[in-house]
Design a protein around this ligand. Sequence first.
Ligand code: ZN
Ligand code: ZN
Length: 468
Amino acid sequence: MTIDWQKEAEKYRDDLLQDLTTLLKIDSARDVEHGTKAEPLGPGPAKALRAMLALASRDGFDTLNVDNVAGRIAYGDGDEIFGLFGHMDVVPAGPGWNTDPFEPVIVDGNLFARGSSDDKGPSIAVYYALRLIRDLKLPVNKKIHFIIGTDEESEWVGINRYLETQPAPDFGFSPDAEFPIINGEKGIATFKVTFKPVAAAPAALTLTGFSAGIRTNMVPQDATATITGTVPAALTDALATFGPANGVKVASEKTANGLTITVTGKGAHAQEPRGAVNAATYLATLLAPYDFDPAGKQYLTAIATHMHDDSRGHNLGVAYTDKLMGDLTASPDLFTFGQDAEQSVAVNIRYPQGTDAEGIRDQIESTLGLDHVAVTIDGHAQAPHYVDGSDPLVQTLLDTFHDHTGLPVHEQVIGGGTYGRIITRGVAFGAQMPDQENVMHQANEYMPVADIIRAVAIYADAISRLVK
Ligand code: ZN
Ligand code: ZN
C-alpha cells in the first residue's frame, strides 16, 4: 500500500489546530511558588498535562497520569517499547511580545504563542501522527509510549518521576528540536559564580542593585542597574551613545539620589548564545569604567572582562572544541547583585565530550580568582550524549526525512538538552525545518502551520517504519 502521508495529514488540520489552541492557551510555565502536594510544579503544567491526556482519552487512547507531573499515551503491543518524548511546560513568556503569548493567533500562516514551537506544536504533531497510524490501521508490532513531561525547561522533575515508576522505552525520539536529526547533545551544567565580600572604600558611585535573567537556559533580554552618587558627565554621555554604538537600547531614569539604568538586548535559548545580545553583559560593560564602590566594581569588572560577547568561553578560560561534538558554549543568564546581599552570576555551559563539569568549575574559579569568587555547580550536570550515526534508528529517521523533503540529511550535535538523552538509544527528530529560524524561548515564538502539518506526515511515516 502506498500512502500519501501529506494528504492524510492534511485531513486533520482543523482538529489539530483546535486541540493545539486549547493547549497553547494554558500558561504552563513552572510555578512552584503556587505548587501543592497534588500539583508540585504549580497549576499550569498540571493543567496542560491533563488537557493533553484528555484529548487522547477522548480519541480512545490509553492514558496514564503520573502524579500530575508526567503522562503517557499508549498504543500498540509487542515486546519492545518505542518511546516518544514531548513536554507540556513552557518557558515564561517574558517581555517583548506583540500579541498575548497565551492567545494563539495565526498571521500569514504562522501560529504565534508561547509553546507553539517548543514544544506543544511538535507534541501535537506526534499525537496526530499516532492518530493517523491508528485510523489507517497500519501494522504496529511494538508498544508505542508517547511520554509527556511537564518540567523539561527546568529540573526534569516529571520525566524523572516517570522513569522511576514506569518502564523506560528501548529506543525512540523526542520531537523537541529540529530536522533532519539531533543524535548528539552536549553536556549541560550551570555554574553559580558567587562574589566574595570586599572591604568598603569611598567612591563617587555605588552600585545598589543589578539584576537580569529569568531562567538559566535563557539569555537575558533585559537588565537593570540602580546606582547612587554623583553621576560623572562621561557616564551621562555614554548613556546616550552606548546604545546606538552597540546595537542595544539604553534607558535611564533619575531617582532621588542616582539613576536606574535599563538595557534591552535580544534574548535566545542559552544552547547557542552566539547571535543573542546579552543585556546584562552590555550593561556591565557600559558601567564598569566608572568609579564604583569596591563590591560594585568587582562585580561589573568581572562581567565586562570575562563574560561579555564571548559565547565560546575564551575569557572564562573554558573554551574547548571536540571534532565530533563542536564548541563548548558559555551563556551568563542570571544576574543578582545587592549591597550586603547576594552577588552572583549563573553561567550556563554546554560542553562536548572530552571535558567535564568539575574541570570547567575549577577553571572558572582560577580565571576569576579565588580571592574574588567561589564557583559551584548548580544542580546536577548532564553528561554529553551521542547515538552513533550507523544506528538503524538514526538511519531510518534520516531516510524518512529525506524521502519527504528531498533535502540532504546529516548527523547533528547541539547544545540543547532534549529528552532524547534520557535513554541510550534516544535522539531528537524535528519539528523545526532546517531553513526555519529558531524562535524557541524568544518573544513572539511561532511555528508555521504548514510545518506542523508536514511534521505530522513525517512523524507518522517514521514511527510506522520503526514499529512495523
Ligand atoms: Zn523543549
Ligand atoms: Zn525549551
